[in-house]
Design a protein around this ligand. Structure first.
Ligand SMILES: Cc1ncc(COP(=O)(O)O)c(C=O)c1O
Length: 375
């Protein structure tokens, strides 16, 4: 039996997006970013779909995610980049996962684990070029690079990559972009002087991939765009296909008189006698409570707005006198190519003052992912 609600994920859309991103990047190899359960789309199916579309690398935030890819038999190079104390660094080395190194302590831990295992660890040194989040601070860059070079000479480590991340690539023309590119070039010079020969140098996320050819280097990291969503508001990328559709059957409908207060706190009142439709998805499923009286929904061929407070498991839509019945599907967001009237994750992001990343990644575990397409 079909579930009452699901996030339908079109794997062919992910494959086609990967292909498109490869073309838009002028053939620069693509790393498909699959962290956070493939931005909520399902990590393993998304990884396979991205590889099918030509991605030659995969990127995850955590080693645990990288190990899951390996356990599933995925053999393409994988980079995992957040290494808090206690991460299974040894397992990562054994699984041939590239480790993103952002400070001396992590480098020392990787070297110690590689010596213990008698293996060569693959390390990608991350330079902080101005995001001031992860990455080695410029003042620390030389000593860290030199320490990595010594470990490479010792034969316990290979500096497989050097990389960084933009702060404002989603605002093309932002002055920090130029400054970060310059800082990245300087960081690369230090690496070259130390005699290191990384296989890949990379800094571009989806926004830079789409707008900044000089940020391509040897690899581009495509996250949100792989899933068909654009990181830059009001920036059209013809051919990009949103892969996720979030929809739910209406659980029940009821007629109520004018002046009825709806849902917790009575934050919505009916203007006239009307039909209310109950959609069994709530904030526990990733529909933000902030979507109260704001979230757009396609129901009964018309686009409407959530009526009243979003609850943990449900919300209400006022459908007026339209003949909406229990069992009909309400579409919260999807691909406009498939449902021209349906809201998009970008529409949700705009009404909630957030970004589409947050809309798709927060779809909860209670919502089954239903896959279409794929090999
Ligand atoms: C280090 C790093 N690289 C690449 C990405 C992918 O970014 P995007 O989804 O904007 O393409 C992310 C996402 O947050 C990231 O943290």
């Amino acid at each position: 039996m079909a579930p009452f609600a699901h996030a339908r994920v079109d794997l062919d859309a992910i494959t086609s997006n990967a292909r498109l991103l490869g073309e838009l990047a002028g053939g620069t190899p693509l790393m498909g970013v699959v962290k956070a359960d493939g931005y909520g789309h399902g990590m393993l199916p998304s990884a396979h779909a991205l590889i099918e579309g030509g991605a030659t690398w995969l990127g995850t935030a955590f080693v645990k995610e990288g190990l899951e890819l390996r356990r599933a038999g995925i053999t393409v190079p994988v980079l995992s980049w957040i290494i808090p104390p206690g991460e299974p660094v040894g397992e990562a080395i054994e699984a041939d996962i590239d480790l993103g190194v952002s400070d001396r302590a992590v480098l020392a831990e990787v070297v110690a684990q590689a010596r213990r295992l008698g293996r060569v660890a693959r390390v990608q040194l991350k330079a902080d070029t101005g995001l001031h989040r992860g990455g080695v601070d410029p003042a620390e860059w030389e000593p860290v690079v030199e320490a990595a070079a010594r470990a490479e000479e010792e034969g316990v480590l290979k500096v497989s990559g050097v990389w960084s991340h933009f702060a404002c690539a989603d605002e093309p023309g932002h002055p920090s972009i130029r400054a970060q590119l310059d800082a990245f070039h300087e960081a690369l010079e230090v690496v070259e002087k130390a005699g290191l020969t990384p296989e890949v140098r990379h800094i571009a996320n989806s926004a830079a991939l789409l707008t900044l050819p000089e940020a391509r280097f040897d690899l581009v990291r495509g996250g949100i765009a792989s899933y068909g969503l654009c990181p830059i508001p009001n920036f059209d990328v013809p051919g990009l296909r949103p892969a996720m559709t979030l929809e739910s059957k209406v659980a029940l409908t009821k007629r109520v008189p004018a002046g009825s207060g709806v849902s917790y706190g009575h934050r919505y009142f009916t203007r006239s006698e009307t039909t209310l439709a109950l959609v069994p998805l709530g904030y526990a499923d990733g529909v933000p409570r902030a979507a109260t009286n704001k979230g757009p929904v396609l129901l009964g061929d018309a686009r409407r707005v959530i009526a009243g407070t979003v609850c943990m498991d449900q919300f209400v839509v006022d459908v007026g006198d339209d003949p909406v019945a229990a069992g009909e599907y309400a579409v919260l967001f999807g691909d406009p190519g498939e449902h021209p009237a349906a809201p998009t994750a970008q529409d949700w992001a705009e009404v909630l003052d957030t970004i589409p990343y947050e809309i798709v990644t927060r779809v909860g575990v209670r919502v089954p992912r239903e896959y279409v397409g794929g090999v």
